[in-house]
Design a protein around this ligand. Sequence first.
Ligand code: ZN
Length: 496
Amino acid sequence: MSKEFNILLAQVHEIRDLAATLALLEWDMQTYLPAGAADGRAAQMETLAGVVHEKLTSRAFAHALESAEAAKYEPGSFEAALLRKLRNNFEKERKMPARLVREIGAASSAAYGAWLRAREEQKFSSFAPHLEKLLKLRQEQSALYTPAAHPLDPLLDDYEEGLTVAEIDPVFAVLRKEQTALVREAADRKQPDDSFLHDHPFSTKKQLELARFAAKRIGYDFRRGRIDLTEHPFTTSFGLSDVRITTKAFPQLPLSCLFSTIHEAGHAIYEQGIDRKFDRTPLADGASLAFHESQSRLWENQVGRGLPFWRWFYPYMQRKFPGELGTISLERFYGAINRVECSLVRIEADEATYNLHILLRYDLEKALFENRLSVEELPEAWNEKMRQYLGLVPPNDLAGVLQDVHWAGGSFGYFPTYALGNLIAAQVWSLAHKEIPDLDEEIASGRFAAFRAFLREKVHHFGASLPPRELLRKLTGTEKINPAPFLAYLREKYLP
Ligand code: ZN
């Protein structure tokens, strides 16, 4: 390591520590902050965010980066990976005028408030002008990054390095054709009865105990993490030695706490598996949002909703809830938790229908950015797409175009990463079965170490040191996201 690199690294550590502190304040705000302390906390966070931004865009940092880049580093080395990541971020930041950053920030907070009010009234119209404004600002941002083949490309890249409309379109075209047909066929079959899950309340205390037990057994390291309760579950990291998750529990939805905990534990296990030498740098992160989501979905769906998992776990669940589940067989239970049902709300969608909700949003985002669709026409267009993809029409905007917070927060181009995460998860799952032939038996015995070691070696330990497409190529031999393993997985599970 050169002297110049060490000077840069010291600055990177300092910025990362400040950002981790900011994340800790945010975590506290979501978990334990007294209601009356919100204003004070908002001010503290704004101050700290300002300091982080200032340091990242400072002359001193630019100079340190440039000086460190003067030396040559082995491709694939820590130094080369960090410099690549920092240069990338720096160029992106530099293209954004401070005025635009401020305007997007202000427009997002106003839009968020308007979105909450519009939801109460179940009417899109009062939110529309705010969305219009955010869309204009994001289009302005996109135009800074010319030449882009599609105006959505620069925004996609913010969540998934290198992702473009040209790459997504053919993948989603396959899903549009095959997943819709598959879902129709599966949903038309008689669905198992799941009334026993909803006709009495399940103790939330016991649900939480089970969720903690499952998280521990699949490999979430509680010495470097903890679980708390929040309205919206999330994973957050204050460095590789402290990756926390949150969850929530409802008496009438006995599986929601478990699956949500396994999902977040999947995100956290990813981060806990990152090479420790990346700590306190931007390499101590997932390769991309889609990769991150692939890890949470893999644990939640392929593992957590699979039969092998329940062969192992169901006796624990029955022992916790003898009155509720004592007479329910494993087969009946497994059927009940794997129903396929077209529904209106993305976050309540099952694994078979979920991607269709994403296709809908992606189609609309594209149309908005190509100016083929106006914000005013959006609710209509949403309902029409919902009818096409899922055969349903929302009774009001709350169950339709107002359901997600993403657009209200000014995030366009985020949604595709959810679907791509599902596809990557299935690619990884199929590879894991090749490498670990008795994977299903391992899981059915409650043994997850071999699977976790596979994930760590193939995905986790790289952190953000590789661009996501390069990681995918290392993993699968090709940079292309392939929908086939996902479709095969669904077909095998739902249309045997
Ligand atoms: Zn997630």
